[in-house]
Design a protein around this ligand. Structure first.
Ligand code: NAP
Ligand code: G4F
Length: 325
């Protein structure tokens, strides 16, 4: 039986990936940091909490990572743990860097020293492209990150590549564009909108407070994107792959579609703009070209933009309705 270790297993992507690997017959170890109240909502939502073996560890604590890997001896490590909220990376740049840049370095050193045959997936991001002046990004596009988050992730991207070159490790960077789902953290704009719209529909709120509505993103479904993670780890040679839909929409488009899905007219009257939600440096638009993944991994996204928005609004309506009962 193959063994996989997923860091960040209780976030958005972790549970979808864990479910996918469990279905493939993997033994799944899920690394969780020590928290006062660990939140198992996302693994419960997918019905997999009791199928994962949880192990305690922190990306900023090298010793904990050494212990975990030497105790579990995984065939594949999917490094999804991160301080992943771009906005917070200006408030906590050191924490962001320690978690997102040094954490992967620690993991790579454990692999190099103890389990050199373990394959390593690094959760890289379209944020690394930043405002590079290009309209469409592929694996060869230049990097121009705009946030402490993007910069921390760029370090991890390069060190993973360097460990392939230097030590022959098998490391893949999945350069994933924004992907969302009902399990998305409530701070991210799509979930903030789907939850806000659901509350307005149910009479629990009247307004959603947001920042820059003009920003454009290439939004896909997290459940589709974890398949690409797995597929790149099964290739003969390690590689870096852009994972994206190739279509971009503005925050405004997302809003309009979400209100429309809930059957609410005149959406503009429910929006407040608050500059606190604007960023010191913004990435205006991101759109990815996933041709390499399509060709080599035979991967393509299944869920379309409107289906994704509807899925998120419906899930929030259902959850809030159940809470009301
Ligand atoms: P997420 O929901 O924020 O999940 C990240 C998980 O990492 C959380 O469960 C978090 O736990 C955990 N974590 C944070 N700090 C940690 C630490 N020091 N040690 C151990 N665990 C820690 O992120 P996601 O959306 O699933 O994304 C997965 C990965 O892909 C992230 O690395 C993200 O940066 C990257 N990525 C995401 C997207 C996207 O659109 N979703 C796109 C490109 C790349 P707490 O919540 O308890 O802190
Ligand atoms: O939902 P967001 O916070 O996602 P962002 O910054 O694109 O980052 C996400 O995707 C990256 C991949 O490109 C990941 F690497 C990263 O970990 C994360 O998952 O913001 C999207 C856009 C931004 O332009 C932001 O300025 O929405 C704009 N926005 C407008 N009002 C807002 C808000 N974002 C948030 N979070 N909250 C608002 O009120």
């Amino acid at each position: 039986m193959k063994k996989a270790l997923i860091t960040g297993v209780l976030g958005q992507d972790g549970p979808y990936l864990a479910k996918y690997l469990l279905k493939k017959g993997y033994k799944v170890y899920g690394m969780v940091p020590r928290r006062l109240n660990l939140n198992f909502y996302n693994t419960d939502y997918l019905g997999i909490t009791n199928k994962i073996e949880f192990v305690l560890g922190d990306m900023t604590d090298e010793a904990s990572l050494i212990n975990i890997i030497r105790n579990t001896w995984p065939d594949e490590i999917y490094n999804l743990a991160a301080q992943s909220f771009v906005g917070a990376s200006w408030d906590q740049p050191k924490l962001t860097t320690e978690t997102n840049a040094l954490g992967p370095l620690y993991l790579l050193n454990v692999i190099r020293n103890f389990t050199p045959n373990t394959k390593f997936y690094q959760a890289s991001t379209s944020e690394m492209f930043g405002n590079n002046g290009r309209e469409l990004q592929d694996e060869n596009a230049p990097f121009a990150p705009q946030s402490p988050y993007g910069i921390s992730k760029l370090y991890a991207y390069w060190i993973a590549n360097n460990y392939v070159e230097s030590y022959g490790l098998f490391c893949c960077n999945g350069i994933l564009f924004n992907h969302e789902s009902p399990l998305r953290g409530q701070d991210f704009v799509t979930r903030k909108i789907s939850e806000g719209v659901a509350k307005i529909k149910l009479g629990l709120a009247d307004k959603i407070t947001l920042g820059n509505l003009e920003a454009e993103r290439d939004w896909g479904f997290a459940g589709d994107y974890v398949e690409a993670m797995f597929k790149m780890m099964q290739q003969k040679k390690p590689g870096n792959y852009v994972v994206a839909t190739g279509k971009k929409y503005s925050v405004k488009d997302f809003l309009e579609t979400a209100f429309n899905c809930a059957g609410i007219k005149n959406w503009k009257k429910h929006i407040i703009i608050n500059p606190t939600y604007k960023r010191p440096a913004e990435i205006h638009g991101l759109r990815g070209n996933a041709s390499r993944a399509r060709k080599e991994l035979k991967w393509k996204p299944k869920v379309k933009f409107r289906e994704l928005v509807a899925m998120m609004v419906d899930a929030d309506l259902k959850r809030l309705n159940e809470k009301k009962k």
